[in-house]
Each structure stands twice: as structure tokens, then as C-alpha cells.
Design a protein around this ligand. Structure first.
Ligand code: SAH
Length: 344
């Protein structure tokens, strides 16, 4: 999964144009401008709650075409002081997408990074990651008569990729009782990244919003998928030409963040989050000056991203922060930072 997505020459997220009708998939900010605008409002409000630190880092992980950030910054530009002290940092591996982000966000002079490790850590940071964690690699384990065996990729006698179970079997604590054939997924990469960002937030103040598809509870089963031209595809064919993802398991990320000394809010569903941030009011406000056809686009786009029978429920939002409250979340949805965790 790492090679297929991130290899310097052949990796999917190095050389393709993944987003949009001519790409392979679309995302919430590409469907509704209100999505990025409300996230911008939540970030700016959190900056106020942090005591308007200046300077501060505004960070996006995997900004795609730069649409979310452009909408976020346009909607919040009237917040006094917010843009003056802001430095924009974008983590993006895809050169073609970087160029689009650079063009769209030129007035904010973005800084680009290949990896999270390279991001500056010296000041408060507000970070957003929409559909970023789902493309970080996972492991799959299958329950067999011999215990748990990892599902690996091998090459068959014709030289084609194939799935194969590792000959070694493992004992996975707490889930021995699952039925034969059951699959579970883990992602040490996602957990390590979350822990690293949580440590930084605990040390320098700030907020990370993770938005992605996944389950509120621990989820079992095979969620690995390949998508090409907006259709499911075979992950073992034309490697490097399809997007490979899996559902994000939020609970292990939450535990990793709490262990790193950071507070966590959620996860909650995207429709709850956007509705609480004022999606309907934003639509009404934009509609006042919109033409009939613009209103139609605004209404259908918003309906799609908040649809409780679709994206509104499939997608979840979780916040890592040392703030006592985060816009879009109820106080009881939060776990306060455990100050003793770091020294323990
Ligand atoms: N957030 C955007 C795009 C989501 S697609 C949106 O909502 O529209 C995933 C994004 O993460 C793309 O910009 C992709 O190029 C980037 N990306 C994927 N894996 C990455 C990695 N390992 N390092 C840096 N960027 C990555």
C-alpha cells in the first residue's frame, strides 16, 4: 500500500490527478463550498479561544486542489488579526496538486512539505486533514483455524500480484473469540502520526481536525478498497493508477492522542458537526445574493455532504486539542488532556 501510493516514481499520490470528474474520486470541499467555509470558521474561532496567538501556523495535510483552504480563508478574512499572524503550511506529496494549491492560495504564500516530520513545531498550530488518514497504509489480519494470520501481497507464478496469508500465526489480545474468516485492520502508521501531532499540540497549543470515513465504534471487517475513474477497481492490477484506501478506525487514534497528553473531542458524524457549525444559516446567508442556479448548486452540494443516509454519516470528525471546547462539539463529547500522561 505504501509503495503503490507513495513510491517516488510510480506512486499514485506522486503523479496522478486524483480529484474531480476527470480524476478518480471527489471530496466534500469539491462538492460544497460551505464545507470549507464552516471549517474555516471553526479554525478561526479556535484561534480566538487560544488567545489570538501571533504568529501561528495554519496547516493542512493533503490539501488536494486547495479548495478547502481557499474556502476557509475567504470565509474568515474579516476576523481581525487572523490572517496577519498566519503562516500557511501544506503537507503534499503530489507535485501536480502542489502547483494547483500554490496557484489557488498564492496570496497566502504557502510553504510546502513532503512529510509531517518536516513541519515547523515552534508555535501554536491549527491543523486540518480531510480524507488524508484513509490513504495511509494499513495491515490486515484474517482469523483462521491457526489463529490470526496477516494478509500479505505476493507474486504468483505468472508474475501477477496476489494476496497470500503469512505462514506465521499470531495471537491478538482481546479478539481471540472472533469467527473464522473475520478480518481486522490496524494502522501503526496512522497511530504514530496521530501521536506525533498530539504531542506537538500538547506542547505548543492548537487543534487538529481529522475528517474521514470510518466508524464511531471499533469496526471489524475488510474495508480495503481501490477506486479508479469513480469505480471500484482491483487493487492488484495497474498498481499506482488507482487510489487505495480503508476506513479510518478512530478509536485507536483517540487512544494514541490521549496517551500523548492531548485532549480529544468526538468522533462525531459529519452531519452533526456541520449542522452545529451553522450549515443551514450559512446556506441562507449565501442564498440572499445568489442567482437561482447558484442557489440550486449550493443546496444540492450541502445536501450531499450532510446527507445522514450518505456522506453525513459515513464521514466522522474528531478534534485533538488542549482547548476546553471546540466549535461543532458538545462539552460532553470531549476528553480533557491528561496533564500527568506525559510525565507518567
Ligand atoms: N483534502 C483534500 C484531498 C484529499 S485526497 C480534499 O478533501 O479534497 C488526499 C490528499 O493527500 C491528496 O492531496 C494527496 O496528494 C495527499 N497525500 C496522500 N498521501 C500523502 C502522503 N503520504 N504525504 C503527503 N500527502 C499525501
Amino acid at each position: 500500500m505504501t509503495l503503490a501510493l507513495a513510491d517516488r516514481q510510480e506512486g499514485y499520490y506522486r503523479h496522478t490527478q486524483p480529484l474531480g470528474t476527470r480524476g478518480d474520486f471527489t471530496t466534500a470541499p469539491e462538492i460544497s463550498q460551505i464545507f470549507g467555509e464552516l471549517i474555516g470558521a471553526a479554525l478561526a474561532q479556535s484561534w480566538l479561544s487560544l488567545g489570538r496567538p501571533v504568529p501561528f501556523n495554519l496547516v493542512e495535510l493533503g490539501p488536494g486542489r486547495g479548495t478547502l483552504m481557499a474556502d476557509a480563508l475567504r470565509a474568515t478574512r474579516a476576523v481581525p488579526g487572523w490572517l496577519d499572524g498566519m503562516e500557511l503550511h501544506l503537507v503534499e506529496s503530489n507535485i501536480a496538486l502542489r502547483q494547483q494549491q500554490d496557484l489557488k492560495l498564492a496570496t497566502h504564500r504557502p510553504h510546502f512539505y513532503d512529510t509531517i516530520e518536516a513541519l515547523p513545531t515552534n508555535r501554536p498550530q491549527l491543523i486540518v486533514a480531510n480524507e488524508f488518514f484513509d490513504c495511509l497504509p494499513i495491515h490486515q489480519f484474517v482469523r483462521t483455524e491457526r489463529g490470526w494470520q496477516e494478509r500479505l501481497i505476493d507474486i504468483d507464478q505468472q508474475g501477477q500480484f496476489m494476496f497470500r496469508l503469512d505462514h506465521r500465526s499470531l495471537t491478538l489480545k482481546g479478539i481471540e473469540a472472533m469467527a473464522i474468516g473475520q478480518v481486522i485492520e490496524t494502522s501503526p502508521t496512522r497511530e504514530a502520526l496521530t501521536a506525533q501531532l498530539a504531542e506537538r499540540i500538547a506542547a505548543t497549543n492548537g487543534l487538529l481536525l481529522i475528517i474521514d470515513y470510518g466508524s464511531l465504534m471499533d469496526e471489524h471487517g475488510d474495508t480495503f478498497q481501490a477506486v479508479r475513474n469513480h469505480q471500484p477497481s482491483n487493487p492488484l492490477v495497474d498498481v499506482g493508477l488507482s487510489d487505495l484506501t480503508s476506513h479510518v478506525q478512530f478509536n485507536p487514534l483517540k487512544s494514541a492522542a490521549i496517551k500523548a497528553g492531548c485532549g480529544v473531542f468526538g468522533p462525531i458524524s459529519q452531519h452533526e458537526f456541520l449542522n452545529r457549525l451553522g450549515a443551514a444559516q450559512r446556506y441562507e446567508g449565501l442564498s440572499e445574493t445568489a442567482s437561482a442556479s447558484q442557489r440550486e448548486i449550493l443546496a444540492s452540494g450541502l445536501a450531499r455532504v450532510i446527507d445522514p443516509a450518505g456522506m453525513g454519516t459515513l464521514f466522522k470528525v474528531m478534534a485533538l486539542t488542549n482547548l476546553p471546547e471546540v466549535p461543532g462539539f458538545l462539552p460532553q463529547e470531549g476528553t480533557q488532556p491528561n496533564i500527568g500522561a506525559l510525565s507518567a
